[in-house]
Ligand binder design. Structure first.
Ligand SMILES: [Zn+2]
Ligand SMILES: [Zn+2]
Length: 510
């Protein structure tokens, strides 16, 4: 057994000189799959240490050299981080960090705006989503680009040193001494086709590799269909009707194929948290969801020969949302508002009176949801506390004091009934927010399908009362509605084509 020195990976970092472009979150080409793909899921991120267990005949292989580092029957290993010795010392490289952004999609949207600077950039996920420029070989060079980035409207961008060498790790076998020291990617696999990482057990094998922020990742290499077995039950109750579970399986598979680029910067595809799709291993699989995955094997939602952006939410409230009522950008032909119930809603939905008529209607497919209709009352002081926290955050102005709240006004409602623009009026200013941001700036409203009124009682106590419908953004498939449609005898095809207008189901692998 030999212990290798930690080699700096300077050449690899400097090699990154091409320009950057980001595919949209949805609408990727269908791709050709001769067989079911193996996907790379980050199951332990930013790790300083990890425990990896292998059942059955196992091997640990250096993926760079092909060398077998350890083999045997039933092995347990611990991996410990060895930080790069050159992190932040004089002579370092520098990068510019822009952000944070609330999602990968949001960061991707801003890379398109920043592309005209002609500088190399990429999307990174060190602690929330960021855009990184560089690396640059001197602080002066980085500062010159920083000025351009700031001038483009990204005022709180900063420069930080980049580690010259990758982090490495020491791998020890339980009772067997050191197996490896260095920073090559290592593959852990066993005849059981199972690998334990900490307390969770995953199908497939595991790889460890250094990440982009000086720690390491544990990546699970797993067949796409096996991955879905742990994902689908986190997204829909396993007791739901078989046809509804099939719809959810198809959606999760479509999302997987649309998003294999998200964590490229760290050498894997998707992470296992709510940021991508929750994935926690075989301990979270169910017979019913496994069957729904098996019965839809290889099938995805497609539109116009491309993968659809198969968005979903819990409860639409009786009418789903247009994509453009929630996010800015061009409209998406299959993500348009559909009537999710037996009655035709009062028209038009974009007036206050039309919307109140809709609220009083109880005929939605998702009416069994406890969020089909909801209300929320907040005192003036409660709303003041909410906006004092959310407005500076959303405007990215940390020191801002919004001023004494006087009113919350709906300025515009979309055709699907969703509030598109509000004004929050204070003694100091009127703050206008649009679309999805409205939910968060008003303190986690269940949806943007709401109306608000301000009332003062005899004692002069002022209350804001929100009346609303649904839970979630409302775009695409309504899960509570899909479950009801399935119980009523609708097939997975009926359900998918109801919520994704004009879409088709395509089988990509057998
Ligand atoms: Zn992720
Ligand atoms: Zn619904």
């Amino acid at each position: 057994m030999t212990i290798r020195p930690l080699l700096p990976a300077l050449a690899a970092i400097l090699f990154l000189t091409t320009c950057f472009s980001t595919p949209a979150a949805g609408d990727m080409p269908l791709g050709s799959y001769a067989a079911e793909p193996t996907v790379r899921i980050g199951v332990l991120l930013k790790a300083q240490s990890a425990a990896i267990g292998l059942d059955g005949n196992y091997s640990v292989v250096n993926k760079e050299t092909g060398e077998v580092l350890a083999q045997g029957k039933n092995g347990d290993f611990t991996v410990s981080l060895v930080p790069s010795p050159s992190h932040g010392v004089p002579g370092s490289l520098y990068r510019i960090t822009v952000g944070s952004f609330k999602s990968y999609e949001d960061a991707a949207f801003h890379t398109e705006k920043l592309n005209r600077l002609g500088e190399y950039m990429r999307i990174a996920y060190p602690d929330g989503w960021f855009i990184w420029f560089g690396p640059y070989s001197s602080a002066q060079e980085a500062r010159a680009v920083l000025e351009k980035v700031k001038a483009a409207g990204y005022a709180n961008s900063t420069i930080e040193p980049v580690p010259l060498g990758k982090a490495g790790y020491i791998v020890s076998a339980a009772g067997g001494g050191i197996v490896y020291s260095g920073s090559s990617p290592l593959l852990f696999r066993a005849s059981s086709n199972l690998v334990a990482v900490g307390k969770s057990t995953f199908r497939g094998s595991a790889e460890i590799l250094p990440d982009s922020i000086g720690s390491f990742s544990v990546v699970n290499l797993v067949k796409a269909e096996d991955y879905l077995k742990s994902v689908v039950p986190s997204e829909m109750p396993s007791g739901a009707h078989h046809e509804a579970l099939k719809a959810q399986a198809i959606i999760a598979r479509t999302y997987l194929l649309n998003n294999r680029h998200r964590h490229e910067v760290d050498g894997f595809e998707l992470c296992g948290t709510t940021d991508c799709q929750v994935y926690s291993g075989i301990g979270h699989e169910f017979e019913s969801t496994n069957r729904a995955i098996f019965d839809t094997r290889g099938i995805v939602v497609s539109f116009n020969g491309r993968l659809a952006n198969a968005l979903f939410h819990s409860t639409c409230g009786g009418r789903t949302s247009n994509y453009t009522d929630i996010w800015s950008g061009p409209s998406v032909p299959y993500l348009v508002s559909v009537n999710d119930g037996t009655k035709t809603p009062v028209q038009p939905m974009d007036t206050e009176s039309g919307f109140i008529g809709f609220l009083n209607d109880g005929g939605g497919h998702c009416k069994k949801s406890k969020y089909y209709r909801w209300d929320r009352a907040n005192t003036l002081q409660e709303m003041q506390d909410i906006i004092n926290e959310t407005i500076p955050k959303y405007l990215n102005r940390p020191g801002l004091k919004p001023g004494a709240l006087s009113d919350i006004r709906i300025l515009e409602r979309g055709a699907s009934g969703r509030v598109i623009r509000i004004s929050i009026d204070t003694a100091q200013d009127s703050y206008v927010f649009e679309r999805d941001a409205i939910r968060w700036v008003l303190g986690n409203l269940k949806s943007t399908l709401f109306t608000v009124s301000k009332n003062s009682d005899a004692k002069g106590q002022t209350t804001f009362t929100f009346r609303g419908a649904g839970w979630g953004h409302g775009v695409g498939l309504c899960q509570m509605g899909a479950m009801a449609l399935a119980r009523d005898g609708k097939s997975v095809r009926d359900i998918i084509s109801h919520y994704y207008k004009g879409s088709t189901l395509v089988k990509l692998w057998d």
